[in-house]
Design a protein around this ligand. Structure first.
Ligand SMILES: [Zn+2]
Length: 299
């Protein structure tokens, strides 16, 4: 939280719309003496763990800065039609119906998103937000989500990077209807951020490190490895993304694919689709639909 110009505060991302997040957030705001009537918000991307509480915390005179792409299709409502369409897509990629029912019950994006319609202040590449002594520039970084946006403070060399770069986990890169070839966008936006001069990088989760360039190198290697695993999985015949997913190395504390919780399987299949579609765009893998199933095979 940054005390802004004319006594306004700026909160960047908010946590999920659930009591377990709201309680600690309210205590922290009280401790820091933040007046929500004089507070604006910047949301890096649509995921519920970043955007979920903004509808609860924002006052009538709060500005809520949000990227143009996501503002155009999301208004933080539990939109059942959107989710149903989403599930039909996953079914075509082999995701079984019984697993899908569990995802429907447990998906955090459905359960913990904001529940009220929000009037956003739409931000684009290069737009600026003044807050206290800081001048933040918006840096568009689609990949993890279709309109993901970072904030960069050039004088202090501070990068607030949402989920674009994480340090002890890797950001989920999944299929998005609104972003063709999300992995390609993600990798090119890692290169974009690599060029920034950064002394302090503040990610949306877990550990804070300071060497963003070293981490970008590791993330690039991680995706190269994952692409190689996906390619190797379709070498001996065509497979759905659901069938390819168990061939990928996942960083999760269970012994086998069967033990993955359903929501984690859903995230893993989304990542698998993103990697397979990248291979299709490179001409290394073919993609066809047979009997309502999307099948990938080595070309
Ligand atoms: Zn996220």
């Amino acid at each position: 939280m940054i005390k802004g110009k004319k006594g306004r505060f700026l909160i960047i991302d908010t946590g999920m719309n659930r009591e377990e997040c709201l309680g600690p957030m309210r205590s922290a705001l009280k401790e820091l003496d933040i007046d929500l009537d004089r507070t604006d918000f910047f949301i890096t991307h649509l995921h519920a763990d970043h955007s979920g509480l903004v509808g609860v915390l924002a006052s009538d005179n709060s500005k809520i800065y949000f990227n143009k792409t996501e503002a155009s299709f999301v208004n933080f409502q539990p939109n059942e039609d959107y989710w149903k369409k989403h599930f039909v897509f996953y079914a075509a990629n082999g995701f079984p119906e019984d697993e899908m029912k569990k995802v429907w019950e447990g998906h955090p994006g459905f359960r913990y998103s904001s529940r009220r319609e929000i009037s956003f202040t739409v931000m684009e590449e290069g737009d600026e937000i003044e807050a206290g002594n800081y001048l933040f520039r918006c840096v568009e970084t689609p990949g993890h989500s279709p309109g993901h946006m970072c904030l960069y403070e050039a004088d202090e060399k501070v990068l607030i990077c949402g989920d674009h770069i994480l340090f002890d986990i890797t950001p989920n890169i999944t299929h998005w209807e609104q972003l063709d070839n999300s992995l390609k966008h993600y990798l090119s936006n890692l290169e974009k951020v690599y060029t920034l001069d950064v002394n302090l990088i503040l990610p949306g989760h877990r550990t804070v490190w300071n060497d963003h360039r070293k981490r970008i190198g590791e993330l690039q290697e991680h995706h190269r490895n994952r692409l190689a695993e996906a390619l190797s999985a379709v070498t001996d015949g065509s497979k759905t993304a659901w069938e390819v997913a168990p061939f990928i190395t996942w960083d999760i504390d269970v012994k086998s694919w069967a033990e993955f919780p359903s929501v984690q399987k859903f995230f893993a299949v989304g990542e698998t689709i993103a990697h397979l579609d990248y291979l299709v765009s490179e001409g290394k893998v073919g993609k066809e639909t047979r009997n309502h199933q999307v099948l990938y095979s080595r070309t």
